[in-house]
Structure formats: C-alpha cells, structure tokens
Design a protein around this ligand. Structure first.
Ligand SMILES: O=C(O)C(=O)C[C@]1(C(=O)O)C=C[C@@H](O)C=C1
Length: 287
C-alpha cells in the first residue's frame, strides 16, 4: 500500500502522515490536486492533504478540487499541532533580519503576519506549493537574502538553520488534514481514533426564503452537533453557494439519514463526502 501527500519531504502534511501511518510507504506529490489525482488514477491507495487551519481557515484549493474535480470519499482525518519557524541558510543566520524575500505556502505566511509585520516589514512574500518546497528553494540559494517559513523537519531535511522559533501569531495553531481513498474504506490504523465525523455537501434550493434556517433546524431538533458549516461558491454564478457541514458523529441508521431525507424534501441536493474517524497527533510525536 502507498500513501500520497503534499510534498516534498518535510511538509506538515508529511509529518502528519508519518505520525498516523508510520508503516505505510509514503510518496510526495508537488501539489494538492496532484495528490488527489494520484488516488483517483490508482497510483496510490490513500492521500493526505490539508483541509483547514485554526488561524487561517479552510484550504480552499482542497475543498474546491474535491467538490468540482475529483470526487473522492473522505475516509479519515488527522489533526496536528503546527509550529512555524523562520528558516534560513546557515550562512545567513546572523543576518536574518535583513532577508528580503520570504518563501512559503500562503497558509503558512498568513499564520505569521504579526511576526512579519513586526520584524520583517521590508520583505516581500513569495508563495510556493508547500512549506518544505520553500525550505528546499532557500537551501538551493545560499547567497540569496531569503528565508522560508516551515517546520523543524524541513530545516533538518534541507540543512537550514532556525533563525526564529514559533513565529505563528497565536499559540493554538492546528491544521486538519483529510485522508482520501477511491472508495469508502476502513483505515489500517492501530491507534484508537479520537472520535468520528460525518461531512456533507449541501446545495440549497434557489431563492427560497429561510432555506438555511430550515437546513440547520433539521440537525438541531435531532440534537446532531455541527462542528463546522462553511459556504463556498458553486462556481455557477454570483450568489450560488454550496455548504460543507461537519457533524460530530459517525453515520448512523436513523438520525443522519433522517436529516438528509428532510433536507432533500426541502429541495436541497445532499452529498455525503465521508463518515470517518479522526486522529489527534500529540505535539511530541510530530516534529
Ligand atoms: O503541509 C505543508 O507544509 C503545507 O505547506 C500546507 C499547509 C496548509 O495548506 O495548511 C499545511 C499546514 C500548515 O497549516 C501550513 C501549510
């Protein structure tokens, strides 16, 4: 069995994969869509991609590619702590405050805006496909006045020095990663899961007053706890949205099917994106 992840080696995604699937061979992919395509095309059985960060919110590319391009069920979730560090070539360690360009994934840069505003006001941002792609690039340009934002694993992997530790803006920093498979599937994980979730995609009927209220009440009176509700453009015209709804329990025989039937009776289109276990990675077992 093989598991694809957003690479190259040393991303937070890689660390999450190693923490939960230490015995499965992992394969890095350059972009999030490439990871998903690899599962769809059968190159790997599973893929892990970032979905949401506690400071910066959803990774829209993941949601949009999943909904519009590559319909794969979510079979698991990994929640991992995130510590961002400023990484430089060792030869630049004394001069980190003079770096002119900061490389990283847009989500990682967004998690460190207060630090960047305070200490590196003059620097410009270069967005790349992942935090470790940034670290790799910086390691290949020892003369450049540049830094990457990434983790300890990437610093080690690419021989960079940590100029400043823990530069993320708020202490509580976690990212949710989803595990995708071609079909609904039970994960080969020995650790006990920390809980279960069910994720739905709901498209409201057009121009119906109070539709969202009715949708929420279908969950509320059944006491189904929602951990997330988010809208994304349906990409069919201004004002057309779909909702991603996370329910805090696994699929059952009565409550969730009942809520779905009620939504469909209201004229909603509903798709079950997955019903899956989630795993919380401890800080010490990450990077
Ligand atoms: O896995 C990585 O290192 C990434 O670059 C992706 C990503 C993300 O998209 O959220 C993953 C975790 C961190 O929140 C920052 C970046």
């Amino acid at each position: 069995m093989k598991i694809g992840y957003l690479g190259p080696e040393g991303t937070f995604t890689h660390a999450a994969v190693e923490a939960v699937f230490p015995h499965i061979r992992n394969v890095p992919y350059h972009t999030i869509p490439q990871c998903m395509d690899a599962v769809r095309d059968g190159e790997v059985e599973l893929a892990v991609v970032p979905l949401e960060n506690a400071l910066e919110g959803s990774v829209n590319l993941t949601i949009d590619y999943l909904i519009h391009e590559c319909n794969l069920p979510i079979v698991g979730e990994i929640i991992a702590p995130i510590e961002q560090h400023l990484l430089v070539h060792p030869s630049q360690l004394e001069h980190w405050m003079y770096v002119e360009r900061i490389y990283s994934h847009s989500h990682a840069i967004a998690q460190c805006h207060k630090f960047l505003h305070r200490h590196l006001k003059h620097a410009t941002y270069e967005y790349v496909t992942s935090t470790s792609a940034a670290a790799k690039y910086v390691s290949e340009h020892p003369e450049g006045k540049m830094a990457a934002i990434g983790n300890r694993l990437a610093a080690k992997q690419y021989g960079l020095a940590i100029a400043k530790e823990n530069i993320h803006d708020y202490d509580y920093n976690h990212t949710r990663f989803i595990v995708l498979h071609r079909e609904r599937y039970l994960l080969p994980v020995t650790d006990k899961e920390d809980g279960f979730k069910t994720t739905l995609m709901v498209m409201l009927p057009k121009d119906q007053a109070g539709a969202l209220h009715q949708v929420l009440s279908a969950f509320a009176w059944r006491k189904l706890n929602l951990t997330k509700i988010e809208s994304r453009p349906a990409k069919t015209g201004l004002g057309n949205y779909f909702f991603i709804i996370d329910i805090d329990q696994k699929m059952d025989d009565i409550l969730i099917p009942g809520a779905i039937a009620e939504l469909e009776a209201l004229g909603c289109t509903v798709q079950i994106l997955g019903s899956y276990p989630y795993y919380m990675v401890k800080k010490t077992s990450l990077v």
